[in-house]
Write a protein that binds this ligand. Sequence first.
Ligand code: SF4
Length: 78
Amino acid sequence: MTKILCKNCCHLKMAPYQAPRTGCWHPDHMQTTQKDAWLDEQQVPGNHQQINLRKDCVSFEAAPGKASLWQRFRAFGT
Ligand code: SF4
């Protein structure tokens, strides 16, 4: 059986660059959510280590792969 790793999931966001707090930002696993965008700072993500303790999280979605060096060069030129 394949182990699910949070580091390969698109819902794991790390502070400070991707999100204000490190954790699982999947809507079903959030501890606190807010409807309004101006209250984003009050949102609390779920504890990804606790949720995926047995490495079998059903909410896993693969993060998009990093573009190759050639693809990044081409995107820079356009
Ligand atoms: S707990 Fe599940 S949904 Fe959250 S980051 Fe880990 S694998 Fe993804």
